[in-house]
Design a protein around this ligand. Structure first.
Ligand SMILES: Nc1ncnc2c1ncn2[C@@H]1O[C@H](COP(=O)(O)OP(=O)(O)OP(=O)(O)O)[C@@H](O)[C@H]1O
Length: 240
């Protein structure tokens, strides 16, 4: 975490209910959370407690029923769809359990894709992608397609892809969920290292308490409420 603790993303009193016919499912209850520039935060909690929903709201992939999400002071859910997709491309990176790599493209092309979508020229995008793939120790697998890579390698490609536009915040949903524990450890170590080197904030949803303990801070979701059960830096109290 940076010493100065500048707020990057603020979740202000956010609640979320899904409505289907007469049935309302209350998923998040008055969640408050500040994510600081460059910090690594784990969100843990039982199945169905609302972790992914919170992550989606932070990434503009879903909207709160009440409350606000501010990215550097700007209410992201009040922006136009075009501006939101720009933010997803430029300011945010996403890593999922099942990586969502494009099967017909090489590792190099997959990593370059967000830069190409941003309008960068192909040669520059591919060069940046290569640097990042070297960084995640896949410089020898540039032309492999996802099916020619191992699970851990695919996840490292997904991390490189999430970082290519130098986002301020990476949102990761169970990024090691399909890996064995030693591969999972490697992926977390890599996230930590890249976060420190690049100043990127990471929010990682995980079921694994051991891995969550390695992040700067961890919060626990329970029945749609966010609790500060145990802060990894030894302090406790207000979770904002
Ligand atoms: N579109 C939807 N409509 C109705 N209910 C939903 C919808 N999406 C999610 N839910 C409910 O919201 C609750 C929280 O889901 P969420 O995916 O956020 O949980 P989670 O903590 O990430 O769980 P897991 O660890 O199992 O992935 C669940 O009970 C789920 O059934």
């Amino acid at each position: 975490m940076t010493d100065t603790k500048q707020p990057l993303l603020q979740v202000n009193d956010v609640s979320k209910a899904y409505l289907e016919g007469d049935i309302a499912t209350q998923v998040l209850n008055n969640v408050n959370l500040t994510i600081y520039k460059g910090e690594q935060l784990a969100i843990v909690g039982g199945s169905g407690s609302g972790k992914s929903t919170l992550l989606h709201l932070m990434g503009t992939l879903d909207t709160p029923t009440t409350g606000k999400v501010l990215l550097e002071g700007e209410n992201i859910h009040q922006l136009s769809a075009t501006r939101q997709s720009q933010i997803r491309n430029q300011d945010l990176g996403f890593i999922y359990q099942f990586h969502h790599l494009l099967p017909d493209f090489s590792a190099l092309e997959n990593v370059a894709m967000p830069a190409l979508i941003q309008g960068q020229n192909r040669a520059t995008a591919l060069e940046k992608a290569q640097v990042l793939l070297n960084r995640v120790e896949l410089g020898h697998r540039l032309q492999h397609t996802p099916s020619q890579l191992s699970g851990g390698e695919r996840q490292r490609v997904a991390i490189a892809r999430a970082l290519i536009n130098q986002p301020k915040l990476v949102l990761a949903d169970e990024p090691t969920g399909n890996l064995d524990s030693s591969r999972g450890d490697e992926v977390y170590a890599l996230i930590r290292e890249l976060s420190l080197q690049l100043g990127t904030a990471f929010v990682v949803v995980t079921h694994d308490p051991v891995l969550a303990n390695k992040m700067d801070r961890q919060l626990t979701m329970k029945d749609g409420y966010l609790h500060l059960e145990d802060s990894n830096n030894g302090t406790s109290g207000d979770m904002a």
